[in-house]
Design a protein around this ligand. Structure first.
Ligand SMILES: Nc1nc2c(ncn2[C@@H]2O[C@H](COP(=O)(O)OP(=O)(O)OP(=O)(O)O)[C@@H](O)[C@H]2O)c(=O)[nH]1
Ligand SMILES: [Mg+2]
Length: 213
């Protein structure tokens, strides 16, 4: 009972409880997608292996009311999924191979919202992250889908500020505001900085996102 209440409060806090549909976490490898998935599932962090090398730790813990499928491996991609009631949350890497791109394109078909996670410390890869983000934002099959961009790892020294990341990702004129109320027909798009490990910031971002689906 205590654990149920504990997990329920995490999901309520993020606005995910009682949502339905499909949400995807996308981003380059090492951004923090699996860590965030685990944080929502167990409210705890499990040291991560890169998802490409499925670890016996992944999803090995007993789940209460949550269901997850084991990662489905292809030579290039791994798909992880978590179910919370009527909401499915998937995580998928971007970048690299065209083959992988074909797979994930199929899999994000019909999504209700996208969370794009960026490692805010890894400045070398900001251009690559921007390329993938631009590709997604210009993808017709998800044209009106709300987008939350999370700049992760702000607990680290030298992590980019929100301002720096906003510029690096070319979002300066593209984001639609952190409040409620967005003009009709405009796709909600906003950047929030966070530390998944320290449980900071992603709740605000998810709460912002969940008002749109
Ligand atoms: N300092 C810090 N490290 C983090 C944070 N979130 C995730 N990490 C670390 O970043 C690394 C990558 O995290 P993952 O969750 O495996 O990233 P991923 O996006 O699933 O990566 P792939 O599975 O390789 O695509 C791990 O070592 C995590 O512990 C954070 O908020 N702060
Ligand atoms: Mg992963």
């Amino acid at each position: 009972m205590f654990i149920w209440n504990f997990i329920k409060s995490v999901l309520e806090w993020t606005g995910l409880l009682n949502k339905r549909g499909k949400l995807v976490f996308l981003g380059l490898d090492n951004a923090g997608k699996t860590t965030l998935l685990h944080m929502l599932k167990y409210d705890g962090v499990i040291p991560q292996e890169p998802t490409q090398m499925p670890s016996s730790l992944l999803f090995a813990l007993p789940s209460l009311f949550l269901h997850s499928s084991l990662p489905i491996s292809s030579p290039f991609t791994v798909y992880e999924e978590l179910k919370i009631g009527n909401l499915r949350i998937g995580a998928h890497d971007l970048g690299g191979h065209e083959e992988a791109r074909l797979v994930w394109k199929e899999y994000y078909h019909g999504v209700n919202a996208v969370v794009f996670i960026v490692d805010a410390v890894d400045r070398m890869r900001f251009p690559e992250a921007k390329r993938e983000l631009d590709r997604l934002l210009n993808d017709e099959s998800i044209a009106n889908v709300p987008f939350l961009v999370l700049g992760n790892k702000i607990d680290m020294p030298y992590a980019a500020s929100e301002d720096e990341l906003r510029s690096a990702l070319g979002l300066r004129l593209a984001t639609t505001g952190k409040g409620q109320g967005i003009s009709r027909g405009v796709r909600p798009l906003e950047l929030f900085m966070c530390s998944v490990i320290k449980r900071r910031g992603y709740g605000d971002g998810l709460r912002w996102l969940t008002q749109f689906f």
